[in-house]
Design a protein around this ligand. Structure first.
Ligand SMILES: Nc1nc2c(ncn2[C@@H]2O[C@H](COP(=O)(O)O[C@H]3[C@@H](O)[C@H](n4cnc5c(=O)[nH]c(N)nc54)O[C@@H]3COP(=O)(O)O)[C@@H](O)[C@H]2O)c(=O)[nH]1
Length: 458
């Protein structure tokens, strides 16, 4: 009797253990291990189920697709364990913004999706999106760091924006991309033209991946001159993509996409290698003593392998640091001031000069700029365009020139197109310029010719 009772008890216990293990496995299969939130599988199950509900009110729902802004920069610059902490904090913050009945899922990486059940109007979805953006204004505190993380949100609502799980997720994703395009840290509601754009973007992304291997990129060099004498003092290296079917694609179009999806790291390395190699070749051909300025995106600058990469090139003699200048945009200084300052100090130690591109478009103060080891400020072309007719633009350019003088920095004006603009800039104390008045960006051979002409006409 005792032995039978013991057998039954053990059997029950084994069954319970099995049930517990099964439940754990099921939980694991449907949840994200890092945040504990439901995962993609769970979300799709629930969405399918809700959309099949014959009750129209229950089947109406809103999908919010979120992608954190610049999260890769946090991972790249501060490490993955801190990135994990941020993701956990974000998931807690999102949970505070919705009702218990709503679903928050982590789809992977820095992508989250929220499903608002029984919500067939975009009004409530917009309210939730606004609430989330407001909640994200508060910095996330991790140890001694206070990190402000933004998010871009795309919204789709059933039945108007899709009747199936796939349609709703795809359309909310397309709207999220539009939100990124519109400056990030904002939300957008899906509209049908977004699908077309999302497809075009996908095709461009995959073409870009192949373009490096297929050698479809090259670099053009735009002269920078002394506006008094016309002497060539440097060049800005500008990336060019000759697409085999679509023709020339502007960097204005593909660089922001490469920055978003991370391809800028491979592209940026290629540009640096190419420019350094061409700089050495051109110097041997008689174009010595000028600086080659290369645009560096924030993501590149803050990437952990960036400095080692340049250092490696200098050590192997494939790059002359003293002939190189890195152009970074003012927005990098404003978004990651401390990390940017650290990276810039290390760059200057390699003998490389640093300029601030598009200067005047951010909000740099004198005190702010003093912290950075800069060589040059570039007056943004938007102030030069109307400098002849707009006193405000002229006053801004004059302020930048005065700022440069106060901080002992060179100042160069971008986008100089006319003689009148040149005369005003020179009169106001800016002696360096770049723009179509002097030359369009040139192929290396044409640059050699340009220099020969300048010397001949001097
Ligand atoms: N991270 C990287 N960014 C890059 C790289 N190569 C280019 N870029 C960035 O793409 C943006 C567009 O560049 P582009 O179409 O080449 O335009 C440059 C010039 O052609 C143009 N320019 C120059 N002079 C004039 C002018 O007189 N008028 C006029 N309308 N346009 C002119 O300006 C662009 C140079 O801008 P900037 O860099 O701000 O000095 C641009 O933001 C590039 O930075 C790359 O390799 N990496």
């Amino acid at each position: 009797m005792v032995s039978i009772a013991r057998d039954i008890t053990e059997h029950k216990r084994a069954e319970e253990t099995l049930r517990y293990q099964q439940r754990s496995l099921e939980h694991l299969a449907h949840h994200d291990a890092l945040t504990g939130l439901p995962n993609r599988l769970y979300l799709i199950d629930k969405l399918n189920h809700a959309l099949q509900n014959p009750d129209k009110q229950a089947a109406s729902l809103a999908v919010l697709f979120l992608d954190l802004d610049h999260f890769k920069d946090i991972n790249d610059s501060l490490g993955h364990s801190l990135g994990d902490e941020v993701l956990r904090a974000v998931s807690r913050r999102l949970s505070d913004c919705v009702r218990k009945a709503d679903i928050i899922a982590r789809l992977g990486g820095d992508e989250f999706t929220i499903v608002l059940q029984g919500v067939g109007s975009s009004v409530i979805a917009v309210e939730v999106a606004q609430k989330i953006l407001l909640a994200f204004e508060q910095p996330i505190i991790i140890g001694e760091r206070a990190l402000t993380v933004g998010t871009s949100i795309g919204i789709s609502v059933s039945p108007d924006d899709g009747l199936t799980t796939e349609e709703l997720l795809r359309n909310a994703d397309a709207a999220m991309y539009r939100a990124k395009r519109n400056g990030r840290n904002t939300f957008m509601h899906y509209t049908p033209d977004m699908t077309e754009r999302a497809l075009a973007r996908l095709s461009l992304e995959s073409d870009m991946r192949r373009a490096l291997e297929r050698e479809e990129f090259h670099v053009a060099y735009q002269p920078q001159v002394d506006m008094h004498s016309g002497a060539l003092i440097g060049v800005e290296a500008l990336l060019r993509w000759d697409h085999p079917e679509k023709g020339a694609i502007s960097p204005k179009h593909f660089i922001p996409i490469a920055e978003e999806n991370g391809q800028i790291l491979a592209l940026g390395k290629w540009v640096l290698q190419k420019v350094c190699a061409e700089q050495i070749r051109l110097a041997d051909a008689g174009l010595a003593g000028i600086r080659f300025a290369v645009n560096v995106s924030g993501r590149q600058l803050l990437h952990e392998g960036f400095l080692e990469f340049i250092e490696g090139m200098i050590k192997t003699g494939t790059c002359r640091g003293e002939a190189l200048e890195l152009e970074i945009t003012e927005s990098v200084l404003l978004s990651e001031p401390e990390l940017a300052a650290e990276a810039m100090q290390a760059i200057r130690k390699l003998g490389i000069a640093i300029s601030v591109d598009d200067f005047g478009t951010g909000y740099s103060s004198l005190a702010y700029l003093k912290q950075y080891p800069l060589n040059r400020l570039k007056i943004d072309a938007s102030f030069v365009r109307d400098i002849v007719i707009d006193p405000d633009d002229r006053a801004i350019a004059q302020t930048i020139i005065a700022l440069g003088n106060a901080l002992n920095l060179e100042v160069i004006a971008e986008g100089v197109e006319t003689e009148e603009q040149r005369a005003i800039l020179v009169n106001d104390g800016c002696s360096l310029g770049q723009g179509f008045l002097f030359s369009r960006p040139l192929a290396p051979a044409a640059l050699l010719e340009y220099r020969r002409d300048v010397v001949k006409n001097a």
